[in-house]
Ligand binder design. Structure first.
Ligand SMILES: Cc1cc2nc3c(=O)[nH]c(=O)nc-3n(C[C@H](O)[C@H](O)[C@H](O)COP(=O)(O)OP(=O)(O)OC[C@H]3O[C@@H](n4cnc5c(N)ncnc54)[C@H](O)[C@@H]3O)c2cc1C
Length: 324
């Protein structure tokens, strides 16, 4: 019987969606190992977060009320203390900017093996963790000898597991780690959003995304009319960003952002693996492309083989908008 500790993440007063996805993978691991699922939420309005994290399958939530925003040292010290208190075996964290900041440090502190950016976890035959390699071209499965190592730290890619739903009956406990203040060497002085004032596409429910098929920057005006008519959020493939037609924070893919909207409309995007890596978790994928053999159609739920300059104005009209 081995327990799991999943570390929730929040930013600017809101739990990040990956926190609820972690509960799903955490429950799967706990079920397979016959253990309990513990959740840690550190800093900020921890009671509020605990309420939201109390979903089906969670056994215990540990609130650690120190600081407002993420702080590397506080997180490492808090997790170190909680880990010693719980005697868990698996530590799961988001493979986010924050997660990647502290998971190597906590794995080193606990002297545990670390596997990052996992897209699948299995305990059928010992712990096996799947990652993508070579620009998402191949998947590799790594076996971790948890018994010999005494546990494992795994960071989980967002958008790979459905969020946990329902209301749970977890025990919510305040944990007050005894932290040696001399070990807190970093201070949070403020928060700066990348591309301040712009949207975070990873939080969008409805995305209209454009690729090289748009041909010229001027043609983005047409897509913006569709975005306006549908209330969608605009994103793009890498060539559009490389051309500086849209800012980097709008790029979807391996070297851009991972998005998981309800609807993703890919317009003039071929469906290269590096792009697909960032949007394949979308619920419904619609592709518009002149090439019937474009790889994007392999993953699309709905496909329109056609010229975007004909199809998009028709869609704008359908949604009650006006094409430029
Ligand atoms: C290390 C690495 C990281 C990368 N990271 C990313 C990443 O994060 N995100 C990303 O997107 N890419 C990334 N790439 C680039 C990736 O390999 C592709 O080059 C890129 O995704 C292609 O973008 P695209 O589909 O817009 O363009 P193209 O592959 O050129 O496709 C354009 C598509 O538009 C269609 N088209 C043309 N005209 C029209 C029209 N009038 N109407 C409708 N359809 C039309 C064409 O049939 C074609 O399918 C990365 C590459 C590497 C090596």
């Amino acid at each position: 019987m081995s327990d799991v500790l999943a570390v929730a993440e929040h930013r600017r007063g809101e739990l990040r969606p990956v926190s609820h996805e972690l509960l799903t993978v955490g429950r799967e691991v706990a079920d397979a190992s016959g253990g309990d699922l513990h959740v840690a939420v550190i800093s900020g309005t921890v009671e509020e977060y605990a309420e939201d994290l109390n979903r089906e399958g969670v056994d215990a939530i540990h609130t650690i009320a120190n600081g407002e925003e993420f702080n590397h040292d506080l997180t490492v010290e808090s997790l170190d203390a909680l880990w010693a208190d719980l005697d868990a075996t698996y530590l799961l964290a988001p493979n986010s900017v924050n997660g990647l900041d502290y998971v190597p440090a906590i794995a080193q502190r606990l002297d545990l093996p670390l596997v990052t950016d996992t897209i699948d976890v299995s305990l059928d035959d010992g712990l096996e963790v799947t990652r993508e390699r070579y620009g998402s071209k191949v998947e590799t499965t790594i076996a971790v000898d948890v018994e010999a190592e005494g546990g494992a730290v795994v960071s989980v890619r967002d958008g790979e597991w459905p969020p946990a739903e329902g209301v749970g009956d977890a025990a919510i406990e305040a944990f007050d780690p005894q932290i040696d203040e001399s070990r807190i060497r970093s201070t949070v002085t403020g928060f700066q959003e990348v591309g301040a004032g712009d949207v975070d596409i990873s939080e969008a429910d409805f995305i209209v995304s454009i690729g090289r098929g748009i041909e010229e920057e001027e043609n983005i005006e047409l897509i913006e009319a569709l975005v306006e008519a549908t209330g969608a959020t605009l994103s793009a493939s890498r060539p559009v960003v490389d051309n500086e037609w849209l800012p980097k924070n709008r790029q979807v893919g391996q070297s851009g952002k991972t998005v998981t909207p309800d609807v993703y409309i890919a317009i003039g995007i071929s469906g290269a693996v590096q792009h697909v890596a960032g949007m394949k978790g979308s619920d419904t994928i619609v592709a518009i492309n002149t090439d019937p053999d474009a790889p994007i159609f392999d993953i699309a739920d709905y496909g329109i083989v056609g010229d975007l300059f004909d199809v998009v104005p028709a869609l704008i009209e359908e949604f009650g908008g006006e094409a430029p």
